[in-house]
Design a protein around this ligand. Structure first.
Ligand code: IVH
Length: 716
């Protein structure tokens, strides 16, 4: 076989196999080979095409993201118009019955005649697309436009991995597949997060994001925003010998060609089947990974569809059956701020009660201050509120047309509203550079943060109080098990539970045995033994663990306080540098910055925390309860005889490890560097010293062995 032909066969084989793997991965959601195998074959095909450009075909998987930035889109006249469907606005079961009655009447059926077979599908909330395949190859993708004329968005649609560039199997000469391009929730969240990070505009909902993406002029940008597709209808068809006779048969054939079709669709008999589908999907709606705005019923038999025909521009054989809306308009009465379990401050819109997504909503989250400002929300505004499934209701946008004249439109400010203080504990609030959230700096003092603060305090790496777990802590601070379940949600929803009131503040304040950390050490055997799931024995164990925890170290204690940004290793550095808590508490921000690895963010956080009188009081009480440790001399007070000198370590020293030598030198004030220069004071060389030793000799830098180093440290 000539070389060319061999390569051609190889390229064809690679295309075929890669397409199969992609279909299994993107359409069937059942990958059969590891990603690495796909990548390997993909790279082989790419290399082959690079070396022999003739082998490159339009349907090659390497050719998804091609093309240039466009000035606009060309117009496409649809061979078969793209129609819309009649919408049934009665969202109850009666909506389905009315459709079935119309169909039966139109077909002249009596009550004695058999039930009609329908295909029931989801109504995807994206945008309709016509994909034209000729001899199985995707040649054009066009938007619906006005139904007659759409836009050619082929190069964008090619980037959608779910859409085959070539159909599999025995395919019609011409096949126009119609379906919905949409964006999944996960892709939408990712896209909006990216937009936020780049300071770009966020999209209001997945449909807008999908539509905006399809109409992007730069295919490179489109390729980065994953879109999805489901086929549900067709346009022109030519040269299909054994075309199926039902709608469901058509979609099954599409699936066999490699096109994505939605597995939720089903064939049912009569109106009761439609109603059952409508209700079942309503239950599942919240968990679907994409938005739907209803379901669609279609007469399954294509012959009956033909017989029914069209009324104006809508087929009589199909109907869209909606659900109660997930978006509603209402008025903002107030903007409150709620404190989450970790101190995050979340603005929450207090609304005129409105029925949306199946419940009455009075609170909607606005995530953070930036979001309120970006959406330009003010008290008195009419807003669109959205609640999808079990998701927390959110404010989507302001209806500017409804804004009262002369309203004060100064951007909403969280600090101004709160006067700079946490609404729960009055501690200072902080927003660190580069962060979107304001936080309460109260930490363990703030009752909203109590549970987290105690668990943090008790953990093994902190005070190591054995047995003080989540269940017990919840009882100690007076949270019942139902409230516990509420709190299992994420921070936003925790802030919104319990009628949106400042949840943690109201939590059984009266029976709480523990308000702040020092209360832990005042617990009695009787109190503990009186709790759920607690006997005398386990109560005594807890008391013993508390007693044992009193003997600790300064780094553990510092870490246990739960100061933001003060992790275990920072706590160690601080303890080593200052030697005592008194010195740390007396330090200025500048002095804190002198500690190794302490930057402005840590210094600021620590300083804010330690300057709050209530935090100082908690520390005082903890020590009064008996918590103690051994203070050290501050590193800062040690004499620094080698200050200003730079040492380089090389080779293996006889007794000291590299780390030990470094510590000794640094303790004496020297700097230890990795490379030799004229500024190096000494090179300390051990066995098998290499290029650094040579460099020292070349530059005339003094060289010490370990003994000489120890002597030098000793003499100082
Ligand atoms: S069938 C002749 N099926 O709804 C009927 N449409 O108002 C052609 N849509 O523009 C459409 N899901 O964007 C059909 N399962 C589904 C659908 C669906 C969503 C959209 C489509 C169309 C609009 C009709």
């Amino acid at each position: 076989m000539p070389v060319d032909e061999k390569l051609q066969q190889r390229a064809a084989w690679l295309r075929e196999v890669l397409q199969q793997y992609a279909h299994q991965y993107y359409v069937l959601d059942e990958p059969t080979v590891p990603d690495a195998e796909y990548d390997r074959l993909f790279q082989e095909l790419e290399a082959l095409e690079q070396a022999h450009p003739d082998l490159r075909t339009a349907d090659s998987p390497t050719q998804r993201v091609i093309g240039r930035v466009l000035d606009g889109f060309a117009s496409v006249r649809h061979q078969v118009p793209m129609l819309s469907i009649h919408t049934e606005t009665d969202t109850t079961a009666e909506g389905a019955r009315a459709f079935d009655r119309r169909v039966r009447k139109e077909l002249g059926l009596s009550e004695a005649d058999a039930a009609i077979e329908y295909e029931a599908e989801l109504k995807f909330d994206g945008l309709a697309m016509n994909l034209r395949y000729e001899q199985g190859v995707l040649v054009q993708a066009a938007t619906r436009g006005d139904g007659e004329i759409g836009e050619d968005v082929t190069q964008n649609i090619r980037t959608i991995r779910q859409i085959p560039l070539r159909l599999q199997g025995k395919v019609p000469a011409v096949l126009e597949v119609r379906g919905e391009v949409y964006m999944r929730h996960d892709a939408f969240e990712k896209l909006n997060n990216m937009q936020r990070q780049q300071g770009a505009k966020t999209f209001v909902n997945p449909r807008n994001a999908a539509a905006g993406t399809v109409r992007q002029l730069d295919p490179q940008i489109v390729a980065k925003r994953p879109l999805s597709f489901f086929a549900y209808a067709w346009g022109e068809i030519a040269g299909w010998a054994d075309q199926p006779s039902t709608h469901d048969g058509m979609l099954k054939a599409f699936a066999a060609f490699g096109l994505p079709v939605d597995p939720h669709r089903t064939v049912v008999q009569g109106p009761e089947g439609l109603i059952e589908f409508h209700q079942r999907i309503e239950q599942q709606r919240g968990e679907l990974p994409f938005d739907i705005d209803g379901v669609v019923y279609k007469v399954n038999s294509l012959a009956l569809q033909q017989e029914l025909g069209f009324l104006s521009r809508e087929p009589r054989w199909a109907v869209a059956h909606k659900y109660p809306p997930q978006e509603q308009m209402t008025v903002v009465r107030a903007i409150d701020v709620q404190v989450g379990r970790t101190g995050k401050l979340t603005p929450v819109a207090k609304l005129e009660p409105v029925f949306v997504g199946g419940v009455t909503v009075t609170n909607a989250t606005m995530h953070n201050e930036d979001e309120v400002q970006r959406k330009d929300v003010h008290v008195g505004d009419t807003v669109v509120v959205r609640r999808a499934g079990d998701v927390i209701p959110e404010v989507v946008s302001v209806v500017l047309a409804r804004r009262p004249a002369g309203m004060d439109v100064t951007p909403w400010s969280l600090v101004q509203q709160l006067g700079g203080r946490c609404p729960v504990c009055e501690s200072a609030i902080v927003r660190e550079e580069g962060e979107v959230d304001w936080r309460c700096s109260g930490g363990l003092f703030c009752s909203a943060q109590r549970q987290q603060a105690i668990l943090h305090f008790a953990q093994r790496k902190a005070m190591n109080i054995d047995g003080l777990g989540e269940k017990l802590v919840d009882q100690l601070i007076g949270i019942s098990s139902s409230e516990e379940a509420d709190r299992a949600e994420d921070e936003d929803s925790a802030a919104l539970t319990a009628g949106g009131e400042q949840h943690e503040l109201n939590v059984g304040e009266t029976q709480a045995l523990v308000h702040t950390l020092p209360d832990l050490y005042a617990l009695t055997l009787g109190q503990l033994a009186g709790l759920d799931r607690m006997g005398q024995r386990s109560a005594q164990n807890i008391l013993d663990a508390l007693e044992k925890s009193k003997q600790t170290t300064l780094p553990r204690f510092l870490f246990a306080l739960g100061i933001r940004h003060v992790g275990e290793s920072t706590a160690k550095d601080l303890a080593k540098h200052f030697g005592s808590l008194e010195r740390i508490m007396a330090a200025t921000q500048e002095q804190l910055l002198e500690v190794e690895d302490v930057g402005p963010v840590v210094a600021q956080s620590l300083h804010t925390f330690l300057s709050q009188p209530h935090n100082r009081e908690v520390i005082r009480q903890l020590r009064a309860a008996g918590i103690h440790w051994q203070d050290q001399d501050p590193a800062a007070d040690h004499p620094k005889p080698l200050a200003g000198m730079t040492f380089v370590l090389t080779g293996t020293l006889p007794t000291l490890s590299r780390e030990e030598a470094k510590e000794k030198l640094e303790a004496a004030g020297a700097k230890v560097s990795g490379s030799v220069s004229k500024k190096t004071s000494y090179v300390v060389a051990g066995a098998e010293a290499g290029s650094k030793l040579a460099k020292a000799q070349e530059l005339g830098v003094a060289v010490l062995d370990e003994a000489a180093l120890l002597a030098l440290l000793e003499s100082n």
